[in-house]
Design a protein around this ligand. Structure first.
Ligand SMILES: *Cc1c(COP(=O)(O)O)cnc(C)c1O
Length: 446
């Protein structure tokens, strides 16, 4: 296993950017919708769902891909994934509302809450959702109460915190962390105690386990360690409870995306632990494997187009200012995410005669009056030709960007245009207006 993972990290995945729109398309779309403008490619969404599922084809049992809609809840994106038959991973009643409005089948929902309130679980169960992941003893009791009121018997999974070291951009598993429960924490908030309770609970049916280690994981040893710990824990549970059986095993998200450095493909990632998963199924009985993903499924589907609105030069530095900012690309500031950026080629070849030599020290700055509003550059970013009036594309912005849009500096939300599978462009979210924002902020009642 370990040697395998070493090999994979050497075989890097392709780093080509997803240029699903031509410069001519971009010039037409910005003429119609203005900038900043998000562009989404439906085909990429389908391709990613397929690729992630196929990556685990060596698993000797059913595999389900679950889309964590927190990464991008644009209804058009949700509806695209419905065509792929993916499961939706939800964490809030707001997300449940979106999924219901999109008319997704409740059978294709896995609900993993952090808050786990009684009324929340009641609404979830009343919506026909059966697969619930509980993360605390209290949450499990709240679910049982809700189940008693609805008369349904939810398939209950326990979110385990395997407390393994995770090297990733965002870690979700660490000792005494917020998510899930440890195997044995010395209190009722432990997987062992919760399994014991579930084995005797009439209102809930034990379904299996869930863990989520982090986001943008490129070192897969954390999965190996977590699965080794799960293996030992499942052996112990079987000894304590003869009827113990895992039907669903969910290994969470974390599949990485190319921003700056090359990352392994999902197939290379699966290669790291599919052998161990098969061994678990052999030892403990076969189960459905669930793979969650937010980032991988949506990131490469989207481009943000912005316009260069100002430039200045001094001491061999050039500052290029665009009409985007971290208010629509928060992870650029929060995680120093190095989105690949590129100046859109000029369509009219007459304009293109004067190639602009861009100084080596070019800084790409956002429109906000805030120190952190400078975009980190990716190794593949190309700012040559940065000139007022030209456009800059930010690639791979489909995950954790639209969902973070905020009105800092009284900024409005950009429109979203989707390139459908038939090649046609379709407005799937209107941009908001200053007037709407003013009203939203209480302008008409203050
Ligand atoms: C955020 C989250 C995911 C998705 O993580 P990605 O890194 O986007 O793949 C999956 N499962 C849970 C429980 C999450 O909170």
């Amino acid at each position: 296993m370990v040697e395998n993972s070493q090999v994979q990290l050497v075989q890097k995945s392709a780093t080509a950017l997803n240029r699903f729109v031509s410069p001519l398309d971009i010039s037409k779309l910005v003429a119609q919708h203005g900038t900043p403008l998000y562009l989404v490619d439906e085909d990429t969404l389908h391709a990613k769902a397929k690729e992630l599922h196929k990556a685990y084809s060596k698993f000797k049992g059913p595999v389900k891909v679950a889309y964590s809609i927190k990464a991008n809840f644009t209804p058009a994106v949700i509806k695209s994934f419905m065509k792929d038959g993916v499961t939706f991973d939800l964490t809030s009643l707001g997300e449940l509302h979106f999924i219901k409005q999109c008319k997704a089948d409740p059978e294709n929902i896995i609900y993993t809450s952090v808050t786990e309130e009684p009324e929340e679980y009641l609404e979830v169960l009343q919506s026909g959702v059966r697969r619930i992941v509980v993360s605390s003893f209290n949450g499990m009791m709240n679910l049982a109460k809700a189940a008693g009121r609805t008369g349904s018997k939810p398939l209950t999974m326990i979110r385990v915190n395997p407390e393994v070291g995770v090297k990733a951009e965002v870690r979700a598993s660490y000792r005494n962390g917020k998510f899930g429960v440890p195997f044995n924490g010395g209190t009722i908030d432990s997987a062992a105690k919760m399994v014991k309770h579930l084995m005797g609970n009439e209102l809930l049916k034990f379904e299996g386990f869930h863990f989520h280690l982090g986001s943008q994981i490129t070192d897969f040893s954390c999965y190996t360690h977590a699965l080794d710990k799960m293996d030992a824990f499942m052996t112990k549970m079987k000894k304590d409870h003869p009827s113990f059986h895992v039907n669903t095993f969910d290994i969470g998200g974390g599949t990485p995306v190319f921003y700056n450095d090359p990352v392994p493909t999902p197939a290379q990632m699966a290669e790291n632990h599919v052998g161990k998963l098969n061994q678990l199924a052999e030892t403990h009985g076969t189960f459905t494997l669930m793979i969650e993903s937010g980032r991988f499924l949506v990131a490469e589907s989207s481009i943000l187009v912005s316009r260069i609105v100002n430039t200045k030069e001094y001491n061999e530095h050039k500052i290029v200012i665009v009409d985007a900012g971290y208010h629509i690309l928060l992870d650029a500031a929060l995680l120093k995410q190095e989105y690949p950026q590129e100046v859109v080629p000029v369509v009219d070849s007459k304009d293109n005669t004067t190639a602009i030599a861009t100084p080596k020290n070019t800084h790409l700055a956002g429109r906000l009056c805030d120190t952190y509003d400078v975009f980190p550059l990716s190794k593949v970013s190309d700012l040559n030709g940065s000139e007022v009036g030209r456009y800059i594309s930010f690639y791979n912005v489909g995950a954790y960007s639209v969902v973070f849009n905020m009105p800092f500096h009284c900024q409005t939300k950009p429109p979203i245009v989707m390139k459908d599978s038939d090649g046609k462009f379709r407005l799937v979210r209107k941009g908001t207006t200053y007037e709407k924002l003013f009203v939203e902020e209480g302008g008409n009642i203050a």
